[in-house]
Design a binder for this molecule. Sequence first.
Ligand SMILES: O=c1ccn([C@@H]2O[C@H](COP(=O)(O)OP(=O)(O)O[C@H]3O[C@H](CO)[C@H](O)[C@H](O)[C@H]3O)[C@@H](O)[C@H]2O)c(=O)[nH]1
Length: 249
Amino acid sequence: MYNRNNIVGTVNLYDVMKKLSTCQLVFSSSATVYGQPEKVPCFEDFPLKALNPYGRTKLYLEEMLRDYQHANPEWRTILLRYFNPIGAHESGDIGEDPKGVPNNLLPYIQQVAVGRRPELNVYGHDYRTRDGTAVRDYIHVVDLADGHIAALEKLFATPDIGCVAYNLGTGRGTTVLEMVSAFEKAYGKKIPVKMCPRRPGDSEQVYASTAKAEEELGWRAKYGIEEMCRDQWNWAKKNPYGYCGNAAE
Ligand SMILES: O=c1ccn([C@@H]2O[C@H](COP(=O)(O)OP(=O)(O)O[C@H]3O[C@H](CO)[C@H](O)[C@H](O)[C@H]3O)[C@@H](O)[C@H]2O)c(=O)[nH]1
């Protein structure tokens, strides 16, 4: 929401919250705020750093929310740092449908599987990881949704919570090639891959410590990468062209 009385593009969050008569806020942040962490797993008190423009937007918004909190101590703010959300609803009726060429790994793999792309470009195979490809913490979207419910319950129950960050991840790191192979199991065929140079702005290895979310929110992810790939493929095969249902992008 934008306010013309402010600098163009600046969110007047205070007015928005006042208008909505609320002082409680859950912000969709991202593991991208850890940049390239010096060690893993990532704990919420790690130093924060942006490696790309997207990461900087999340970092700045987290900082603004901490500032808002100082100025309005009665506010209750939870910053949820999503790791890599993938998968779809188990019905196969709700899933991700990116416009144009997908930027993220699983939507790209899914489009190769349904014949919309010839092969997957694997960005970077010289990282210091098990198989040379980058490690991420993939989390099922349904687990992520449950994490939001746990966060809301925490906000409602904790008047003096202030502004607190929680990781929403599984605590398990998976390489790009491990994810390709998990998807192949669900799909039943091979995904053609092409090894490519690293993608600028990518981190080598990022996965979550889940201890704080488990202890303070009483939440932990239930699904593994097999279920994530199963549900992703179920969505893809039922909706090879996403919600528009045909080859027009
Ligand atoms: O076609 C592709 C797409 C991705 N990758 C690789 O797969 C890994 C995961 O890439 P994604 O783009 O799926 O995810 P990122 O970790 O780069 O970014 C995701 O996680 C971030 C948090 O870490 C942010 O939340 C961001 O919005 C979200 O896209 C990376 O090593 C990337 O290089 C490929 O090899 N080929």
